[in-house]
Design a protein around this ligand. Structure first.
Ligand SMILES: Nc1nc2c(c(=O)[nH]1)N[C@H]1C(S)=C(S)[C@@H](COP(=O)(O)OP(=O)(O)OC[C@H]3O[C@@H](n4cnc5c(=O)[nH]c(N)nc54)[C@H](O)[C@@H]3O)O[C@H]1N2
Ligand SMILES: Nc1nc2c(c(=O)[nH]1)N[C@H]1C(S)=C(S)[C@@H](COP(=O)(O)OP(=O)(O)OC[C@H]3O[C@@H](n4cnc5c(=O)[nH]c(N)nc54)[C@H](O)[C@@H]3O)O[C@H]1N2
Ligand code: SF4
Ligand SMILES: [Mo]
Length: 739
């Protein structure tokens, strides 16, 4: 007899509810949960492959420890002891500051990543912290921090209600949405058009999302900031600025007007490769729409002017009065966001509080650029990284110049990876601690609920028992205990109880907290009796915006209530809440932070400096997920291939028939071409996450169709200066026929 279990899908930001089929203690199928309050049955090919991923025979089921140079399966006690010994050795000799950490993307999709990596980073006490954020959304964090005083004050397009949506540099029909958590993004875009709304897509490639749009503008890559600044120019020039409810809450409008004065559509048209009239029409339509939202993602973020572009997305939303109102760009309210306090000025936001050792890059959100990880490992001197910990990441493929990082990692004194796969990065580890498969982990969206286009709360307990292995919460807690000085054999519950005690002490002492003045012991005793992560989630929910405030609001949320609602709790449409979110010292939106105004000088210089060579961009595929899902039969093959997409006329001009040599600033590679009539002339695309041809990895299917590592074309020398984010889109390349 089959059984079923509900499980939120952790493979992308859409957070679809899945119904898993379970036979004989293993997952055998997955379909969309029709009753899920958020996803209503939507599913994509990756979610549908949950069983294959869960049961992948190449997934590590036991820890690996390097013995005489060879990674060898050992028991958990031995592996933890080896991890502790290796780390301790380096800490004793070089100090905790010599430990470098790299945190990869799936940390945003696991309970362990959300709750324990912050504890671990603090316990290690190093400034050598790197993550996929500087290959992704760091520009947005910096822009939000400077504008709103909080780097996590994300807005999302109010997809269900907007009349006019501009998607710039995103392809949600394939990615299923990012920094905008919306299960069934495709359905929501169709619904928008059906109710008479309009969709504009700005992308150098005619993507599936662009094909759905009322209008597709195909600019030259890397020019979104100039394009958006020209939109701002038109808004001022044609007297279309209308702050509406935001009037009186925004500083710096004149400074933005002054900046935009130099960037008329006619001035930027050549740089952007678009007719000036198209830019004017866009600005007029955004201003005229009853409600509108501009939504930008990777193509606006991982580019030379990433922070400027990410900022200007919100500048347009603000100048047209579309920030923080239904149908516009709104701030979600996560169930674990602290209960709102009365508005008060914040301390503001700073970047560059310290700088990296080798290239002097400024920190952003206490991280250095992922593109600088290798140089901090392989450059000798004081402060050099001597030990590396990677958690859920594969920077050898995901960051620029993986060959250099590959060599650097081979030379560190000790490396620990927490990862289910032996891959291009983890193959260098001395110890690999594999987390259990997703069916044996609990799920709660700590990060993504704060980006949801409709407020909701859902919890999935583990669908299957752990079978004697530690979960990832325990793995990360035990590593933290090494740095606490307690030792790896300590009680991992210590970590949770310490966080709980510290959080509740702070809350009860805060006169604005819903638990002000109460006894910490009393509150601790009220928490659920489950594992530590459940106790922490219960605490966060109860202190949160919808929480029961530990009994004060009996109708409020607790973890027990979520467990009683396995399809989730709908918390309603987004509602205006700018005042709660603002943390600037002035208590107003800072539309013109000086760092951004100053950085625009680079943009001015770029306008005159265009070259006519080819530029490279990236793309994603519905059946691929960064570097780590190329090992599943259901997802591999077909159109999911690592090809160089190029316009047929460009291919003909170059005499390309099958394979091209592509040369970039960081190296060259051979790739099969794929004719793509939807690609802008002069632009080519290669997907990332491929290049599975290195020795000593353990993903057999992926190794059989390795593809090439696009990031080897990139030397990582060009970063968005404010955020330290690598330029991954808009890279100059030379292309020629192979042979
Ligand atoms: N199926 C699938 N889903 C995924 C992932 C995956 O690998 N596979 N990855 C997940 C992750 S980690 C993330 S961060 C999200 C990303 O989510 P998205 O940002 O929606 O993903 P992309 O498909 O990379 O879309 C970026 C688009 O920007 C375009 N572009 C490139 N350069 C420029 C430019 O200069 N200007 C403009 N306007 N457009 C440009 C590209 O052509 C591309 O269509 O997707 C997530 N979802
Ligand atoms: N050229 C180019 N490069 C890019 C991009 C691009 O668009 N173009 N996109 C960038 C973006 S947006 C991102 S987010 C990065 C991603 O960069 P990374 O996060 O470095 O790479 P991933 O391929 O996502 O690797 C995820 C790793 O997590 C492991 N993993 C999966 N599930 C779990 C789990 O539950 N626990 C643990 N501990 N590990 C797990 C996988 O085995 C894999 O090793 O790539 C970036 N690189
Ligand atoms: S869209 Fe994302 S969350 Fe939904 S099933 Fe697919 S991978 Fe999972
Ligand atoms: Mo990402």
């Amino acid at each position: 007899m089959s059984d079923t279990a509900l499980r939120i899908c952790p493979f992308c930001e859409a957070t679809c509810g899945l119904t898993l089929t379970i036979d004989d203690g293993r997952v055998t199928g997955a379909r969309g949960d029709l009753d899920d309050v958020f996803s209503h049955g939507f599913i994509c090919p990756k979610g549908a492959s949950f069983a294959e991923l869960d049961n992948d025979p190449d997934r590590l089921s036991a820890p690996l420890v390097r013995r005489d140079g060879v990674l060898t399966e050992v028991g958990w006690d031995e592996a933890f002891a080896a991890a502790a010994e290796g780390l301790q050795r380096v800490i004793t000799e070089h100090g905790g500051a010599s430990v470098g950490l790299y945190l990869g993307n799936p940390n945003a999709h696991t309970v362990a990543g959300g709750l324990y990596t912050p504890v671990l980073v603090k316990a290690v006490g190093t400034r050598q912290v790197y993550s996929a954020s500087t290959l992704d959304q760091m520009p947005k964090h910096v822009a939000l921090g400077l504008m709103f005083g909080s780097p996590v004050a994300f807005t999302v397009p109010d997809l269900d209600r907007t009349d006019y949506l501009v998607v710039i540099g995103a392809n949600p029909l394939v990615s299923n949405g990012s920094l905008a958590t919306a299960a069934d993004f495709p359905g929501k875009l169709r619904a928008l058009r059906k109710r008479g709304g309009r969709l504009v897509v700005i992308d150098p490639a005619r993507t599936r999302t662009a094909a759905l749009a009322d209008r597709h503008l195909a600019p030259r890559p890397g020019t979104d900031a100039a394009l958006l600044l020209a939109v701002v120019h038109v808004l001022f020039d044609e007297d279309l600025v209308d702050l509406k409810h935001l009037a009186g809450h925004v500083n710096g409008v004149e400074e933005v007007a002054a900046l935009a004065a130099d960037f008329s559509p006619d001035v930027v048209a050549d740089h952007c490769g678009l007719p000036a009239e198209d830019i004017r029409t866009l600005a007029r339509e955004i201003a005229a729409a009853p409600s509108a939202a501009v939504y930008g993602r990777i193509g606006t973020s991982t580019v030379e002017f990433g922070t400027l572009g990410s900022w200007l997305v919100d500048v347009v939303n603000i100048l047209t009065g579309n920030l923080d109102r239904p149908g516009g760009a709104m701030f979600p309210l996560s169930p674990i966001a602290p209960a709102p306090r009365p508005p008060k000025p914040g301390r503001g936001f700073a970047i560059g509080r310290w700088r990296s050792r080798v290239s002097g890059y400024p920190e952003a959100l206490s991280e250095f650029p992922a593109a600088a990880f290798a140089e901090e490992i392989d450059t000798p001197g004081d402060g050099q990284i001597k030990a590396v910990i990677t958690i859920a990441g594969n920077p050898v493929l995901s960051a620029p110049d993986g060959d250099r990082l590959d060599k650097a990692l081979a030379g560190v004194e000790f490396m620990l990876s927490v990862d289910p796969y032996l891959n291009e990065t983890t193959r260098h580890a001395d110890v690999i601690l594999p987390p259990p498969p997703p069916s044996r982990s609990a799920h709660f969206d700590l990060a993504l609920n704060a980006l949801a286009v409709r407020n909701n709360a859902r919890y999935s307990p583990p669908a299957l028992p752990l079978d004697g292995r530690p979960d990832e919460a325990e793995i990360l807690s035990r590593i933290a205990l090494v740095f606490y000085g307690v030792g790896v054999e300590g009680d991992p519950a210590l970590v949770d109880e310490q966080v709980i005690a510290a959080t509740l002490a702070k809350e009860t002492a805060d006169p604005q907290s819903p638990v002000a003045g109460r006894a910490v012991d009393e509150l601790v005793a009220m928490l659920t009796a489950g594992p530590g992560y459940e106790r922490r989630l219960d605490m966060m929910l109860r202190l949160g915006a919808y929480g029961d405030a530990f009994g004060t609001r009996p109708d409020g949320l607790t973890l027990a209530k979520l467990k009683d609602a396995p399809h989730g709790v709908d918390l309603g449409p987004l509602r205006p809440r700018l005042a709660e979110v603002l943390r600037t010292p002035t208590g107003r939106v800072e539309l013109a932070p000086h760092q951004l105004i100053d950085d625009a000088a680079r943009l001015r210089d770029a306008l005159g400096a265009r070259s006519d060579g080819f530029v490279l961009i990236g793309r994603r595929h519905l059946r691929s997920n960064n570097s780590w899902m190329h090992n599943l039969p259901a997802l591999a093959g077909g159109s999911n291939r690592c090809t160089l997409q190029i316009h047929p006329d460009d291919a003909a001009d170059l005499g390309l028939t099958d394979t091209a040599v592509v040369k970039g600033p960081g190296g060259e590679l051979l790739a099969p071409i794929e004719l793509a009539p939807g690609m802008r002339r002069g632009v080519v695309s290669l997907p990332h996450g491929w290049g599975h041809d290195r020795d000593g990895t353990g993903q057999r299917l992926a190794a059989g169709q390795p593809g090439v590592n696009v990031n080897q074309l990139n030397d990582g020398g060009v970063l968005d200066p404010l955020s330290g984010t690598a330029v991954l889109n808009g890279i100059p390349v030379d292309i020629a026929p192979a042979g």
